[in-house]
Design a protein around this ligand. Sequence first.
Ligand SMILES: *Cc1c(COP(=O)(O)O)cnc(C)c1O
Length: 390
Amino acid sequence: MVAIPGPSVMPERVLAAFRLPMPNIYEGELLDVADEVFARLPAVADTAGHAFLSIGNGHSGWQMAAANTLSRGDKVLVLESGRFPTVWGLFLERSGIEVETLPASPRSPVDPEAVAARLAAGPTDEFAAVLAVHVDTAISVRNDIAAIGRSIAASGSSALFVVDCIASMACDEFHMDAWGVDITIAASQKGLMTPPGLGIVWANERAIERGRNADLRDGYFDWQARLEGELIYQQFSGTPPVSHLFALREALRMIDEETLAVRWQRHRVLGDAVRSAVLTWETPGGVELMIRERGAQADCVTTVLTPHVDALTLASICENTAGLTIGLGVMDHTGSFRIGHMGHVNPPALLGALGTIEAGLRVLGAPLGGSGVASAAEVIAEAMATQPYA
Ligand SMILES: *Cc1c(COP(=O)(O)O)cnc(C)c1O
């Protein structure tokens, strides 16, 4: 079983849809499938904007957003948070974008006041975009996107607000329009429960309008051509990703059946269960929860610091003796590990993963403050008493 922060566990229904035989790509069922996918996507980000699909991973979503809105020499403000925003900034620099990074403290979320202060220090058109991650998957921090959106709006800055929800989409609560976000980026393989291979970008009218003269625009990612294209072949700049469309449609139907509100709540409970387990394990000389501030802890992934335990050995014990794959640390390979709890996760899967990690820690002789699995079960029991779990 995988308990890594993407690719996540894929539901049988999605995998069954993924392996359907190839259809006609010019007429018939596939066109209905694509229409349904495009019709369902805006609700997942809670936006009245457009959704675009790029054949690629999350990085291709970054690229699609940049290609349609930025010009060489534009300056963007990257809000540091763990690892991913930094990588995103380096990626844009290679396209000729000037990147300024607003530093953050390593175990805290982005400070919305610091964003306001930085924007107030320059002219309102200084930055073409402000880039943030909702959840940084390296340190499992969740940023307050609504508050950052308010800081940007109050500053009068003309920058587009671009948010990476690659880890958090359909796991942690998110409202693109209400929170003042112009562009949202996700990928298929995390909370959206679909095999890797699709980048998903939502853009509002302001972002689409802004990009008409962007000089990073290219033939492949161009939103205008995709919007105006009448054929599905044009909407994907070539052959559509047939199997991914079938699979994503099934995943979006599952999200709709569960409802986003219940889904966010389920992730909240499972996130609480993981955090409760780690806090119970905690004892001097043992493991430690990375993000301690309540409200800033992601519900889709949890990073555990292991200053006294070799996390690589723990991961290999879990994988080779028990068949559980956990995420390696991004910031520090031997001194941390990550538990993915995004998408298709339920209590039996999560308790199994936590129990296996606990067993692995015992094999390593790590000191444990108590049974984390027992405390996770208590958190889940409380939720089970009031709501059903499938
Ligand atoms: C996974 C992830 C990425 C990278 O996505 P790829 O599909 O590997 O390109 C970027 N940002 C965040 C926050 C992620 O979790």
